[in-house]
Design a protein. Structure first.
Length: 238
């Protein structure tokens, strides 16, 4: 398989505090990769560096192109999209208008095609397309945030804690959708505290602790590793 994203020795600092230190990871085209770790491990900072939201040191190659000086908007045009932890929807705007904003760089026919695809994947969004986004449930808002990102036709969709604060049944549905996205050619970089669910859906995983990648390997191997079990899976954790 061909590498879609290659991150090499990325470091991110907030003043004198180094949030990410020499982190490296690779995502292949069509792959699902997860980064697991405790709150504050640096996972979100890593995503924001890849997206260009935060300045960083190191090298980022996306589909063979160096991203170092490219703006966030240019990275979106390149095929990178981020669904942030807080979703950042326009709460007073309707569902359909939030979705259209995700494809604002595309033409009318592409927008209409994108809406059909999103509604096929998230039928509840079609049912609620005229509702203000702020009136949706937490799970529906997560679906809307994912749908809005998919409207941009990304090659790589980066998801920051998509299960956060959601009921178990909704979490199961979100991860089913994540697994299904690869069928449409979308690669996934998944940041999660729900390590069990993330490792079940991913091909490959990285463990991040205190800003550093401390372990990595095939997801099924990490799920069976005693250190990962002790730190992140624990008996009875879901």
């Amino acid at each position: 398989m061909t590498d879609l994203l290659r991150v090499s020795n990325i470091s991110v600092s907030y003043g004198r505090v180094e949030a990410v230190r020499n982190a490296s990871l690779t995502i292949q085209k069509g792959g699902i990769v997860t980064v697991i770790g405790a709150n504050g491990a640096g996972k979100t900072s890593l995503l924001n560096a890849i997206m260009g939201v935060l300045k960083s040191q190191g090298d980022i190659l996306f589909d063979g192109r160096a991203l170092g000086l490219r703006l966030v908007e240019e990275r979106v045009s390149d095929g990178l999209c981020l669904v942030p932890e807080r979703r950042e929807l326009f709460s007073s705007m309707s569902v359909i208008d939030n979705l259209r904003l995700g494809a604002y760089r595309l033409g009318p026919s592409a927008i209409e095609g994108g809406l059909r695809d999103v509604y096929a994947r998230f039928p509840r969004l079609k049912e609620r397309q005229r509702q203000p986004a702020g009136t949706l449930s937490g799970g529906e808002q997560q679906m809307l945030a994912m749908g809005r990102a998919l409207m941009a036709r990304p090659q790589l969709l980066m998801l920051d804690e998509p299960s956060l604060g959601l009921a178990p049944l909704i979490v199961k549905e979100i991860f089913r959708i994540v697994a299904d996205l690869r069928k449409s050619g979308v690669s996934i970089l998944l940041i999660e505290q729900n390590a069990r669910a993330a490792l079940q859906v991913a091909d490959y995983g990285y463990v991040m602790e205190l800003g550093e990648i401390t372990m990595h390997g095939p997801a099924n191997e990490l799920a069976g590793d005693d250190r990962v079990i002790a730190s992140y899976l624990g008996v009875g954790r879901q």
